[in-house]
Ligand binder design. Structure first.
Ligand code: N01
Length: 537
């Protein structure tokens, strides 16, 4: 459907409007409609549920956190009995799972797909938000829950003269539903983040020639793709509640316990033994967090990890010049990357690595790209250039709160929010995994936040129906988060984590760094203190 056509929503009156039907939005709809009996409706730009898993269908796309924690727990039966086939589920399997959840709980009848919310305006007099779709329909809701995705607002830099290019340009994060035929073709990939490395390793043996257009190399460790481990399945089946509690008790909720041992307090032999075991086991997050406790915070500890990965690059990559190009110069402190056989891929005759920092991409030509003055002939160019993370999708919706305050102005110097869930001056607007949420994996944390914020709605419904956020509480939360982030190497290493990937975006912290345990403790204390920082009446 063309998104400028009406969606037949004019005049609708809702208790709760939910924006987005990915992991957070689907559960919010289930809570609000099925469990709380509210008149709730969800809206999604996409043609189906799944959020990021609806759009990202590129070759090789799969979760790179363990499938065990990529699942809801509200439906204990599904949590206990859903049989993921692989340790890291493929995109198709995740999408299938999210559709199964939506179907089981009959959610789709309350979702308007192909519907983009363009603006929202709060009225104090009415105690309602007025939402307008891109198609021009206008409707009202007492509460809005934005579940718009951390990494869903695509970033795609434009290179000049694209109209001259006779080949095809594909955006990884908006991959066509009909799989493009890349067999035997000359394919270029711009970007070597999580998306790029999955595409590169998936396509290298399928295309004619693969040109990897790398601006900044990143530290990559093996993922360890394989069948879902039987012992984990047994553990979940035996004690699903215990498994969930344990997963949430870890700092980053990735399905393993973080190390408490400093990389600097053990001998070099012991360190290398630990790193080697982690390398063999796979999983980028485990390599960073399960091995030693101080890799993301102490430069010297970080260097022990990068020295180890560098030794692997040098041992695997046959051409020393290519090995040098693949070796990062910065800390191992971006979102960690993992893919099997990544470095081996560059030993293939049909793979060429280009350094597009030294020789920038200048423009398209009819037959490909001009890079450093030379033409690289391509049939297809894949852009794996990332996302305007965290704030991107909120800022795409023109959002006007109390007294005409615009979200776009309030966040001009970076986001301001309380507890990752609400914003001062924007009553009854709640977010799932919004700015200053815990720095963790997502599904179980989305679920936890949805539970928390829908309980606030329940409480507000007993009174005048208003949920507000204190500006002082918000600014305190932001300060604590920024102080927490300032103590890490994530803050000083350019990536989407701090906004450095988007030209012109304010570089800022957007995370609560106290771990999920710390977050739950803080939020439970807030709740016991009559929802301190929120004003619910
Ligand atoms: O994006 P990124 P991503 N010219 O920002 C390059 C999640 N995710 O989509 O580093 C040339 O990491 C840019 O280069 P540089 C996951 O959380 C999860 O890969 O800025 N290159 C970089 O190499 C992940 O962290 C999964 O110099 C340009 C790349 O594009 C997050 O999404 C899978 C450029 C962008 O890397 C984002 O990952 C995929 C230009 N003009 C993604 N502009 C799972 O497995 C940008 N680049 C769950």
């Amino acid at each position: 459907m063309n998104d400028t056509t009406s969606n037949g929503l004019d005049g609708l009156e809702l208790d709760v409007a939910i924006i987005g039907t990915g992991v957070g939005g689907l559960y919010a709809l289930h809570r609000a409609r099925n469990e709380m009996g509210l008149n709730a409706q969800a809206f999604d730009d996409a043609g189906g549920v799944g959020g990021t898993w609806y759009w990202n269908r590129y070759p090789g796309c799969r979760v790179d956190t363990e499938s065990t924690v990529y699942t809801y727990s509200f439906d204990m039966d599904m949590f206990q009995n859903w049989e993921w086939s692989e340790r890291y589920a493929k995109q198709s399997e995740v999408l299938n799972y999210l559709n199964a959840v939506a179907d089981k709980h009959d959610l789709k009848r309350s979702i308007n797909f192909n519907t983009r919310i363009a603006s929202m305006v709060w009225s104090d007099d009415e105690g309602r938000w007025t939402l307008t779709t891109k198609g021009g329909d206008t409707f009202k809701a007492k509460y809005v829950i934005e579940a718009v995705g951390l990494l869903s607002s695509s970033y795609a830099p434009q290179f000049p003269d694209q109209d001259k290019f006779k080949g095809e340009v594909l955006l990884a994060s908006k991959w066509p539903e009909e799989e493009p035929d890349l067999a035997g073709k000359r394919v270029g990939v711009v970007g070597t983040g999580s998306t790029g490395i999955q595409i590169i390793t998936a396509l290298a043996d399928k295309v004619g020639h693969l040109h990897v257009l790398q601006r900044t190399p990143q530290w990559v460790v093996p993922l360890g793709i394989g069948p879902f481990p039987l012992e984990t399945r047994e553990k979940i089946k035996k004690d699903p509640v215990g498994f969930r509690e344990w997963a949430l008790s870890t700092a980053a909720v990735f399905g393993f316990d973080e190390s408490t041992v400093s990389a600097l307090e053990v001998s070099e032999d012991e360190r290398n033994r630990v790193y080697e075991a982690a390398w063999q086991k796979g999983n980028g997050f485990a390599f960073m967090l399960e091995t030693f406790s101080d890799i993301p915070v102490t430069p010297e500890a970080n260097k022990t990890a990068t020295d180890f990965i560098k030794s692997k690059i040098d041992a695997i990559v046959k051409d020393p010049k290519v090995a040098a190009m693949l070796t990062p110069k910065d800390y191992y402190a971006k979102r960690p990357l993992a893919a099997d056989n990544y470095y081996d891929t560059f030993n293939r005759d049909n793979v060429t690595l280009h350094d597009v920092k030294a020789n920038p991409i200048e423009r398209f030509s009819e037959n490909g790209l001009i890079i450093g003055g030379e033409e690289v002939e391509l049939d297809v160019l894949i852009m794996a250039t990332g996302f305007d993370a965290m704030t991107g999708n909120y800022l795409k919706i023109e959002t006007i709160g109390r007294d005409g305050v615009r979200l776009q102005d309030e966040w001009n110097d970076g986001p301001h929010a309380y507890a990752g869930m609400s914003i001062a001056k924007f009553p009854n607007l709640l977010m799932v995994f919004g700015p200053f949420s815990p720095f963790t994996s997502q599904p179980l944390v989305h679920e936890w936040q949805v539970q928390f914020l829908t309980e606030m709605i329940e409480k507000a419904q007993e009174g005048n129906g208003l949920i507000e956020t204190s500006l002082d509480a918000q600014e305190d939360w932001v300060r604590v988060c920024q102080e927490g982030m300032a103590g890490t190497l994530f803050q000083v290493t350019d990536s989407w984590i701090n906004g450095a990937n988007i030209p012109g975006k304010p570089r800022t912290s957007m995370w609560f760094m106290g771990g999920m345990g710390g977050y739950m403790q803080e939020m439970n204390a807030i709740k016991s203190d009559d929802y301190r920082g929120f004003e619910i009446n």
